[in-house]
Design a protein around this ligand. Structure first.
Ligand code: P1T
Length: 389
């Protein structure tokens, strides 16, 4: 029987897939993909463990148990995408008139949700530089209900003090939600630092192979969990059993992948920092990163995401991106293969140029999701592309 005392690596392989969990089936070592959309009952008023797959499904339940175990929370929920997880949190926990404080650097799709959708529901949003917790406190209004963070952020890798912000939030009765996608539960557990709810784009490191879109929510508060679970079913934001199977499979190697993502990322960040055609590197594992020490105190690693500004502007950035062979020019991140992109033209194109500039996302900024390939091959590919500009 796997339990919470086992190490992360053990739990990421076993939790939710213990043979005894599958009692009544054939004691499979791997949870089957339960495709059935509905479950038969003997009596009208009494369904068995499962009723209807939108409400709960055995493959999804195995995954939800693992989600909770890896973030060290009591409860986990599986959603159809990272943005479905965010929608569930933002639109079903808040009421019209409520106010949200968000980090000023966040994934472009999250900003689109905060900027374009919240207004329709009469939600107010203030974006602040959360690397300075005092600015969060200053932004709190009478109607503030929630603080939305990423750490490190997408794409500028800013790190905020999750414990200090949680302390401020709880003094004012506010909820703290941390999107923990970039570090994954392997390197950071925001709930242990004081946050109330964690969410993930499972599409990234948790899935790990660029073959599934998914989201997750993890938390300890039972009342909030019951509310979110009810809404997950009522709004129908669930992942398919096949997607759950892919994520269960991907999670088994999360610790191995994250270690390799990180060592490759460190080598690439160091290489870029010493390159004459690079103006600035953003990676929390470099001592030159402004929150290097803070990240070391609240996380056990720095992750696999590196951003940098190339000397010149959009023209040089595009030329460089289109000269690479091994790095795939594509949105998304966290898969075993290295991906590279231009935030201003790709992942963050949905926010206005003015807002991008305010947040510090320049046209020369390039974001790298460092994969687990051989580091010599990756560095050679970067070298060749730099030579072409
Ligand atoms: O794509 P989806 O699974 O819906 O997740 C959205 C999301 C949420 N949070 C963070 C931190 C993210 O990075 C994302 C998705 N990001 C990309 C697609 C990207 O290339 O940055």
């Amino acid at each position: 029987m796997t339990n919470q005392n086992h190490s992360f690596d053990t739990r990421s392989i076993h939790i939710g897939e213990e043979p005894e969990y599958l009692e009544g089936s054939n004691n499979e070592v791997v949870v089957p993909i339960y495709l059935s959309s509905t479950f038969a009952r003997k009596q009208v008023n009494n369904h068995g463990r499962f009723e209807y797959s939108r409400t709960s499904n055995p493959t999804r339940l195995a995954l939800e148990k693992r989600y909770a175990s890896l973030e060290q929370t009591r409860f986990g929920l599986g959603l159809a995408s990272g943005l479905a997880a965010e929608t569930l949190l933002l639109f079903t926990l808040l009421k019209p008139g409520d106010h949200i404080i968000g980090f000023d650097d966040l994934y472009g799709g999250t900003k689109r949700l905060l900027n374009q959708w919240t207004a329709q529901y009469d939600l107010q949003v203030s974006l602040v530089d959360a690397t300075r917790p005092e600015l969060i406190e200053k932004a709190i209004q009478q109607r503030t209900k929630l603080i939305w963070l990423e750490s490190p952020t997408n794409p500028l890798l800013k790190v905020c003090d999750i414990a200090a912000i949680s302390e401020i939030a709880h003094r004012h009765n506010l909820l703290v939600i941390v999107d923990n996608t970039f570090l994954s539960p392997y390197f950071q557990n925001p709930i242990l630092l004081g946050a109330d709810i964690v969410c993930h784009s499972v599409t990234k490191y948790i899935g790990g192979h660029s073959d599934v879109i998914g989201g997750a929510v993890m938390l300890n508060d039972e009342k909030l969990y019951e509310k979110l679970k009810f809404n997950q079913n009522a709004l129908g934001m669930v992942p398919s059993p096949f997607d759950c199977y892919l994520v269960l499979r991907g999670l088994k190697t999360l610790s191995l992948r994250m270690e390799r993502h990180q060592s490759n990322a460190m080598a690439i960040a160091t290489y870029l920092e010493n390159h004459s055609k690079v103006a600035r590197v953003y990676y929390p594992g470099l001592p030159s990163h402004p929150q290097y020490t803070l990240n070391r105190t609240q996380a056990s690693g720095f992750g696999g995401m590196v951003s940098f500004e190339i000397k010149g502007g959009e023209k040089e950035a595009v030329q460089f991106l289109e000269s690479l062979e091994l790095f795939t020019l594509a949105e998304s991140l966290g898969g075993v293969e290295s991906l590279i992109e231009h935030p201003a033209l790709m992942t963050h194109a949905s926010i206005t140029k003015k807002e991008r500039e305010l947040a510090g996302i320049k046209d020369s900024l390039i974001r790298v999701s460092v994969g687990v390939e051989d580091i010599t091959d990756l560095l050679k590919d970067l070298d060749l592309a730099f030579e072409k500009i």
